[in-house]
Design a protein around this ligand. Structure first.
Ligand code: GSH
Length: 208
């Protein structure tokens, strides 16, 4: 049985839980990370030297990095609708995933973690303002894209790209004191994703 090490309220663990539920993949989850079992022990660091969650173990093979884990699981379980063999389509999926992993995650550090007084060093005024500005511009890019290439990121089919983005969009709509321009494509996308039970369970589930 697949083992998922990581607390269920973690942004990155939720991506893996969502995929497993989406494709009906059984798993056992063990609580690790902030507020639960530590990730800085020698035993955990042997599994994931970065000391982060999620860490996923498949038949003894330990994996880190949520997006790489999504791609591994989708490929292994032949979820070809989510992660097709066609290289051009795959490139588009991976481009959205990389954009979330790098650019958007960077903005969210300021916009989200920085907005929480207990999260030094991210709660620096300049960093928060810059993060919010960047995130707002990124969500505009996404809104423009969804105006032409809707309803999902790759068009009519839900793919792996929608999993990290679904978490981002949920966080965007959950940020309490953020001045959000009206982005109609984004709002439609958020509601469309909410039709999926696995998203309601792991994405739009009341957590930011
Ligand atoms: N790039 C990594 C980032 C992982 C990450 O930042 N995980 C956070 C939780 S979302 C973490 O481990 N935080 C420390 C903790 O929970 O103890 C991934 O995508 O898996």
């Amino acid at each position: 049985m697949l083992r998922i090490l990581g607390r269920a309220n973690s942004f990155n663990v939720r991506k893996v839980l969502w995929l497993c539920e989406e494709i009906g993949l059984p798993f056992e989850r063990e609580d690790y990370g902030r507020g639960f079992r530590p990730t800085n022990t020698p035993e955990f660091l042997r599994l994931n030297p970065a000391g982060q969650v999620p860490c996923v173990i498949d038949e003894g093979f330990a994996m880190r990095e949520s997006h790489a884990i999504l791609r591994y699981l989708a490929a292994k379980h032949a979820a070809t609708a989510l992660y097709p063999a066609d290289l051009a389509r795959r490139q588009k999926i991976e481009a959205w995933m990389d954009w979330v992993a790098y650019d958007v995650t960077h903005s969210m550090r300021g916009a989200f973690l920085g907005g929480q007084p207990e999260e030094p060093p991210w709660n620096n005024e300049w960093f928060v303002a810059q993060g919010r500005k960047d995130l707002t511009a990124q969500m505009k890019l996404l809104d423009d894209h969804l105006a032409t290439d809707a309803p999902y990121l790759l068009g009519k089919d839900f793919t792996l790209a929608d999993i990290p983005m679904g978490l981002v969009v949920n966080r965007w709509f959950s940020l309490a004191d953020l001045e959000r321009p009206h982005y109609p494509g984004l709002a439609r996308y958020y509601d469309l994703l909410a039709e999926r039970p696995a998203y309601r369970a792991q994405g739009r589930n009341g957590l930011p």
